[in-house]
Design a protein around this ligand. Structure first.
Ligand SMILES: [Zn+2]
Ligand SMILES: [Zn+2]
Length: 300
């Protein structure tokens, strides 16, 4: 197959766009697509201060790289929740290479010295849900305290459509409403969140990472095995093979729904930590209290 732009040998065939590109033209296409996503949803501007949540995986490393290459002002944030090896060396070397800065946060400091898997065991909750809640909380806290305009995460099209399908199957409108590619700041202590890679698939991101020699760790989190999201991804991949463009259509049409235009719920400040919440205490502080209760009971 040949590149549609220059007739050199293509490195990737994008059936959903009925096209194919050589390395050089694919990189060009990819970067334009990221810019277009940022503009389409008014995520941020060239002078915005952006905090990129990085794990060392291909999506977040690619996001960090491409935003920096496109001239955005980024710093990387790594949160150590204690679920496995933390790729500090890989990330700090990469930060130096792309002229960015790495901020590292140890979640234990905010969790009474406990790791996320320890907390999950103590209060008998799934590790993934505790992990997600701790990460969201610390990401926002770090961004707010360091005056960032917006947080960026590496969610890709495959992540988003699998989440969409899962939540549609149970009509979980509350979760769906919070799935927008860009959530603007609705409270001065709640920093905006953006997902600039939502129009790109895993395959596209992987190809871009290889072409640009972006280092990444392909190890999956040991706690995410058998997650139902993998089943949804498989189903959606089958549909995509049959009808190229299904994922993009599913995602883009969803964003047009009135769902996001309804008024947002009112936010209070948590009575313990002061960060925004819809209740009297935020979910992070309630989780900490449950841990203290459970540990107290063990002692008695
Ligand atoms: Zn070409
Ligand atoms: Zn709180």
């Amino acid at each position: 197959m040949k590149c549609k732009k220059c007739s050199n040998t293509a490195v990737i065939h994008l059936r959903q766009h009925n096209t194919a590109y050589c390395g050089e033209h694919f990189v060009d296409y990819f970067e334009k697509r990221v810019e277009k996503t940022i503009d389409e949803y008014s995520m941020f501007k060239k002078d915005s201060k952006i905090l990129v949540a990085v794990s060392g995986g291909k999506d977040s490393m690619t996001l960090w790289y491409v935003l920096t290459k496109l001239g955005y002002k980024t710093d990387g944030l790594i949160i150590d929740v204690g679920t496995g090896n933390i790729l500090f060396d890989l990330l700090s070397q990469f930060a130096d290479k792309i002229g960015s800065r790495l901020i590292s946060v140890d979640a234990k400091k905010y969790l009474g010295g406990l790791t996320v898997p320890e907390i999950a065991r103590i209060i008998r909750r799934p590790t993934c849900s505790i992990c997600g809640s701790v990460r969201r909380y610390l990401m926002n806290k770090t961004a707010f305290e360091n005056n960032y305009d917006v947080v960026a995460t590496g969610h890709n099209l495959d992540d988003e459509v699998s989440f969409l399908l899962g939540n549609l199957l149970s009509w979980n409108l509350g979760y769906l409403r919070r799935q927008a590619p860009f959530m603007p700041r609705t409270h001065h202590k709640l920093v905006g969140k953006s997902k600039p890679l939502v129009w790109l698939t895993e395959k596209e991101i992987y190809t871009y990472a290889l072409l640009n020699k972006i280092p990444f760790d392909s190890e999956k989190c040991p706690f995410s095995k058998n997650a139902s999201s993998l089943k949804y991804k498989r189903v959606l991949n089958d549909l995509e093979v049959d009808q190229p463009g299904t994922k993009l259509r599913f995602y883009k049409q969803f964003q047009r729904l009135e769902l996001f235009k309804t008024d947002l719920v009112e936010l209070n400040e948590c009575s313990v930590c002061g960060y925004p919440t819809t209740s009297e205490k935020c979910s992070f502080c309630r989780m900490r209290e449950r841990v203290e209760d459970a540990l107290g009971k063990q002692k008695n």
